[in-house]
Design a protein around this ligand. Structure first.
Ligand SMILES: [Fe+2]
Length: 385
């Protein structure tokens, strides 16, 4: 079956390689900026990575106007507003985000408020950000979200205890700096959970009703890389080759789902994160195999393709191969040391119904290949509990 029509876009220029964080100064001239404002968190700041970034800024003749390091692991609207105010006061004219998904998404939110004014809560939903924003450089320190290249920012609205998705192609960074050295110090648990977020992007983009040939290519390649390299990145954190391929895979999966979008796994993960503040990667890790299993009746062929991408031998029977892809992911999550049950992530059993209801109104669920009802997702959640 061919898609009737498709579009595909990547706005971000990508520069990649070990050591790139301290040597991307020559990439900054085109922004005609003078005062960089750095967005990060305390952990990243403590690791000394900002020194490398400042080397690049200095080489480009930029001053550092200020640093906002107050981004929490699950960022919120209030944090975005505080960060934007800090940047405004400091007179920053180029945002440089250095961190994981929460930091990158916060900087994207700040960029909206700084460029267009108003409150971040005003920009929830589709079609509200239709013009270029100020320049944004994204330097990921985890290999998971791919947020450096996506047109999404997912931020918790503390007023409604829900994760809100801001959407616009203009949200993607202008420059993504992929330096695997910055991911070397991630502990095994964070390496595994962020890696499973990337795998969820690849798998869900591939199964999405909004699939397109270009995102398929990226999603399958990312799936292959993650199956091959994530266990090694978890076991030997200082393996630069494993870190390099994981950072590449996360970025590829990000490009894939930025156009193809995701599905019920992310819809449920957003609900779990919004209501119980379970880290996004962990929620996806637990829900990926159950979500794939739910989609089995409508996505055998595509799940069988994924089995091949995971390195499994085709049996000639698509439904057996599809089932093998689900089993592979379930085993893979355990193999990289992550919990496979929602109860282990601190989710109360009586919360499952609310999660199912929230998931069914999450933007991610609309491109799931099997149309989901709250009752059906509740069954999936119970199985994952
Ligand atoms: Fe995600």
């Amino acid at each position: 079956m061919l898609p009737e029509y498709y579009d595909f876009q990547v706005r971000s220029r990508i520069v990649a390689g070990p050591g790139t964080a301290s040597s991307f100064g020559n990439e900054l001239e085109r922004f005609k900026a003078e005062r960089a404002f750095i967005v990060t968190d305390e952990v990243v700041r403590g690791l000394g990575f900002l020194d490398r970034i400042e080397e690049s800024l200095t080489a480009a003749g930029l001053e550092t106007a200020g640093v906002f390091d107050e981004v929490p692991p699950n960022s919120e609207f209030g944090v975005v507003m505080r960060g934007a105010e800090a940047c405004r006061e400091a007179g920053g004219d180029l945002l440089v985000a250095v961190g994981g998904g929460s930091v990158l998404d916060t900087a994207k939110g700040m960029n909206i408020v700084l460029s267009l004014g108003g409150e971040i809560a005003d920009y929830q939903g589709f079609g509200l950000i239709n013009e270029p924003l100020g320049p944004l450089v994204a330097v990921p320190t985890t290999a998971g979200t791919g947020s450096e290249v996506t047109g999404y920012s997912v931020i918790r609205d503390e007023a409604t205890e829900s994760k809100q998705t801001l959407v616009s192609p203009y949200l993607a960074s202008d420059l993504a700096v992929l330096d695997p050295e910055l991911t070397l110090s991630m502990p095994p648990g964070l390496t595994a959970s962020t890696g499973l977020d990337a795998l969820s992007h690849a798998v869900e983009a591939y199964l999405s009703t909004n699939w397109r040939p270009v995102s398929d290519a990226l999603a399958l390649h990312a799936s292959r890389l993650i199956a091959e390299w994530l266990p090694r990145a978890v076991e030997s954190g200082d393996d630069i080759e494993a870190r390099y391929w994981m950072l590449t895979a996360a970025c590829e999966a990000g490009m894939a789902f930025s156009s193809a979008m995701v599905g019920c796994v992310h819809a449920m993960a957003h609900a779990v994160g919004g209501l119980y503040e379970v880290p996004h990667g962990l929620a996806n890790a637990i829900l990926l195999a159950p979500g794939m299993e739910y989609n089995l009746p409508v996505a055998e062929g595509r799940l069988a393709d994924l089995a091949r991408a995971f390195g499994l031998e085709p049996t000639g029977d698509a439904s057996r191969d599809a089932r093998a892809a689900v089993d592979f992911v379930r085993g893979f999550v355990a193999r990289v040391g992550l919990p496979t049950r929602l109860r282990e992530a601190g989710v109360p059993e009586e919360g499952l119904e609310r999660i199912a209801e929230a998931a069914c109104v999450d933007a991610a669920v609309y491109t799931n290949p099997r149309e989901a009802t709250p009752e059906e997702l509740l069954e999936v959640l119970k199985k994952a509990y």
